[in-house]
Ligand binder design. Structure first.
Ligand code: SAH
Length: 344
C-alpha cells in the first residue's frame, strides 16, 4: 500500500492535512487525540469524526503500526516484542517492569553501523534508519500489549544508534511529549542513549527536548575506548566529554554514563579511579552493566567482587553508581543482544 501513514505525523501536520481535505483543522486535532492519546488505530472507530471526513481521509491515508511477530516473556518479568516492518525487516522493543514503572526500550535503526567490539547487535551492520512512524509505532503497540497499564518510561537503548537518526528520533519524541495532542510523556521519563556521536549530541542539545542523555562510555582512556568502540577514533574522550558538558541540563537532571564491565579489559581499580577523574565536575550517574555473553564473543563478565570494588571506588569519589543487571537475558533481550535470527 502506497498511501500515507498517519502515524508519525505531528498534531500540527494532521491539522494541515485536515485543512487540505477541506475540513476544519480541529478534525486534525481530534485525529491526533484518537491515535496518540487514546491509542485507537482504526478510522472507523473514531466516532466523533464526520463520516465524509473519515472517507476522504481513508482514500488518502491509512494508520499503520509494525506487526507483532512474537512476544516472549522473560523469567524476570520483562517481555521482548519482535516487530515486523512493512519491508519485512525485524526490530525489537523490550517492556521492563520495575516496581511502579514500566519502561520500554525502543529501537531506532534496523541493525547498527557502529560495531562496538562487545555488542552482538553491532555484528549486523546497519540496514536502515527507522522512520518516525516506526518509532512511534513501537510505543503504540507496546501500550496495547501492556494494557491495562501503560508504559511510564522510555529508553532509546534498543537496536541502533539513536543519534545517527536524529530527525525521526526527535519527531517521535515530540509526539511522545506533546502534552495537549500527543502522548503527554514528561521528557524526564525519556532517555536517549548514544555511542558517543558528538555531532548528534549537539543536535539533540539544540533540539531542546529536555530528555535525559545517556552516554555509552565503557572506558576511561582513549587507548581502551578506541579498541572497544570505533566511534572513539572520530570523537575521542576529550571531544565527547566537552559535548556532554555543553548538553543543557534541567535542575536536578544528570547525565547517565553506561559502562559495560569486561573482565581484564576495563574493570581494574585503576580504571575506576580514571573514570572518577574523567567525571569530575559532571553531574553524572554511572550505570555499570556486567557484560552479557553471546556465542562467539571474546569478552567475559568480571567476577562479582571485582564489579562491587569498582562500584565502591566510584561511590567513594562521590559519584552515584548503580550496577544494572540486564533484563531479559534468558530471551535474548538484554543490552546489546538484540539481533533476530534470519527467518527461514
Ligand atoms: N547505540 C546506543 C544505544 C544502545 S544502548 C548506545 O550505544 O548507547 C545499549 C547499551 O548496551 C549500550 O550501552 C551498549 O554499549 C551496551 N551493550 C552492548 N552490548 C552489550 C553486552 N553484550 N553486554 C552488556 N551491555 C552491552
Amino acid at each position: 500500500m502506497s498511501s500515507l501513514n498517519l502515524i508519525g505525523h505531528s498534531p500540527s501536520e494532521l491539522q494541515d492535512l485536515a485543512a487540505e481535505l477541506g475540513a476544519s483543522p480541529y478534525r486534525g486535532r481530534q485525529l491526533a487525540t484518537w491515535m496518540y492519546r487514546k491509542g485507537v488505530l482504526d478510522l472507523d472507530a473514531m466516532s466523533d469524526l464526520p463520516k465524509e471526513f473519515r472517507a476522504a481521509l481513508g482514500e488518502r491515508a491509512g494508520i499503520e503500526v509494525p506487526a507483532v511477530e512474537v512476544v516472549t516473556p522473560s523469567l524476570d518479568g520483562s517481555r521482548k516484542i519482535v516487530l515486523r516492518l512493512a519491508d519485512d525487516s525485524r526490530i525489537s522493543a523490550v517492556l521492563m517492569p520495575d516496581d511502579d514503572r514500566l519502561t520500554l526500550c525502543l529501537s531506532t535503526q534496523v541493525g547498527c553501523g557502529f560495531a562496538c567490539a562487545f555488542c552482538l547487535t553491532g555484528t549486523m551492520g546497519l540496514e536502515r534508519n527507522l522512520t518516525t512512524a516506526e518509532i512511534v509505532g513501537q510505543l503504540l503497540v507496546a501500550n496495547r500489549i501492556a494494557a491495562p497499564i501503560r508504559v511510564t518510561h522510555m529508553v532509546f537503548m534498543g537496536m541502533g544508534e539513536p543519534l545517527a537518526n536524529v530527525g525521526p528520533l526527535t519527531g517521535a519524541i515530540r509526539i511522545f511529549t506533546d502534552a495537549k495532542l500527543g502522548l503527554g510523556y514528561s521528557p524526564r521519563r525519556i532517555t536517549v542513549s548514544t555511542v558517543g556521536l558528538v555531532s548528534g549530541i549537539e543536535r539533540l542539545a539544540r533540539a531542546n527536548l529536555k530528555v535525559n542523555l545517556a552516554v555509552s562510555l565503557h572506558a576511561a582512556s582513549d587507548e581502551v575506548r578506541s579498541r572497544l568502540m570505533t566511534v572513539n577514533t572520530s570523537w575521542n574522550l576529550a571531544a565527547l566529554m566537552a559535548a556532554v558538558k555543553r548538553y543543557p541540563l534541567q535542575p536536578r537532571q544528570r547525565v547517565f554514563f553506561e559502562y559495560v564491565m569486561l573482565h581484564e579489559v576495563n574493570d581494574s581499580q585503576d580504571d575506576a579511579r580514571r573514570l572518577a577523574g574523567l567525571l569530575r565536575g559532571v553531574r553524572a550517574k554511572v550505570n555499570l552493566i556486567p557484560f552479557n555473553d553471546w556465542a562467539g564473543s571474546r569478552f567475559h563478565r568480571p567476577p562479582l567482587p571485582t564489579i562491587l570494588k569498582f562500584q565502591s571506588i566510584l561511590l567513594e569519589a562521590g559519584i552515584t553508581t548503580t550496577v544494572r543487571w540486564s533484563k531479559g537475558e534468558d530471551i535474548g533481550a538484554a543490552c546489546g543482544q538484540l539481533k533476530e535470527p534470519v527467518p527461514a
